[in-house]
Design a protein around this ligand. Sequence first.
Ligand code: AMP
Ligand code: ZN
Length: 501
Amino acid sequence: MNFTLYNSLTNQQESFTPIDKGVVKMYSCGPTVYDFAHIGNFRSFLFGDLMRRSLELGGYEVQHVMNITDVGHMVEGEDDKMLAAATRVKENKKSGRVPEGAIEDPNDPYQIADYYTNAFLEDSRKLGYKVAYEYPASVPKATDHIAGMIEMIELLIQRGHAYVSSDGVVYFSVESFPEYGKLSGNTMDKLQSGAGGRVSDVNQSMKKHPADFLLWKPDQKHIMKWDSPWGVGYPGWHIECSVMAKAVLGQDRIDIHTGGEDLIFPHHECEIAQSCGCSGESHFANYWVHARFLFVEGEKMSKSKGNFFTARDVFEGKVTGKPVHPAVLRFELIKSHYRSNMNFTTKGLTDSAATITKLIDFRAMLESKTGGKAADVDLSHPVLKEFSEALADDLNIAGALGVMHGWLKTDHSDAELSLAVWQKMNSVLSIAPINEGLAGVETASPGGGDDDEAETWRKAMVEARQNKDFATSDEMRDKLIEAGYDVQIGKTDVTIKKKLA
Ligand code: AMP
Ligand code: ZN
């Protein structure tokens, strides 16, 4: 399958060729685990997932790695950042997002990181983010790779790309790497002091160039610290991704690197300088692919505007007033093209819920006809050919969904074949976790069995209607509606269906 991707390195849509035939090595920058991931974060993560699944549909084996940044947030400043993290924990406890018993000591960065890592993995799995099922093998934590970071910094010093300043801090020297600025389009003289990373507590006057960025900061007093040749301290932010990409994917040069658009500079620019400075390769990743930001009802998401939502807020109904099935949120976050700013709206969620309900009902119809047996099908099937070719065209999801909607309206007398086509499409859309090698992992499947309590109310409603006890019937109906069910009253029966949003 011939893929094209928009490469931020060349600002062009390019034909995709992996280094090793048939195998794609892909790295995505992961979350900083000092709070719950928000829907903007998940937009960026799920675009990476859509890319991976589209490549897999196209026949590639994809080795996907995503890191957990459990150091960076503790090293921005000094105690004030810790204080900020602790305050966030307290806020989250107050709002009930973090239960009282969790994170016993909000001043312990390891407890904080541990709690939010688990929360992130839980949300990610609900949202069908495939790499999260491969934790820990494909989801490394920065704190587990400190030795590798020290090793890479030593190599960079040996190769003349890094230096120890007179106050003992280790910096990358941007002037030693003429390509610095190539990804972001920043030229050396445009670069401002402090632009080298999240760390602001370094003494700028000790740097050779204002854009030199931190690799290691000795600091005896710091709350997260490790021994190193430059004294006890902590690593800079960028070094972790250079180290973990190589350690887990096993190569100096990889195929694809993804992240949100805000990571282009400084983070990805610095990753390139470190990795290529160390390996001598001309490229760290051949294709750099970035997702544009998510907006909420047309505005930038921010806590002060009150339009800042975590994925859990959406699931739990804190955004729309009704619980939202994770499959609906997933669909909503992947259905617009990654290179356009996505606008998250309640209306969008409602539309996504309608589409998913339609797809799940359609699958149920096919399964009842076939007993769940699907035919063998591959991409030579004309509908799948069109569907996969749209995705191969720089992830043209609107095109792929158009093909799918058109197909739903066609003849489906060969139900086994249609079920097979449905399953292939779902391997990318992942609105229901089937046939994906994800067995053993608990994930809610929309359209699955209604819960026991609702069934009890439904039966009570049928019985009450037979006895002309309409007061009880109404009472049961109200309970069902309140629990999020659609209630259809027939002549002799009552049917209920859980609403997805
Ligand atoms: P962080 O946890 O801040 O390191 O961010 C994790 C990922 O989310 C990065 O790839 C960011 O680029 C991305 N990101 C942050 N905010 C947004 C947003 N509003 N829309 C889309 N992606 C975002
Ligand atoms: Zn990164």
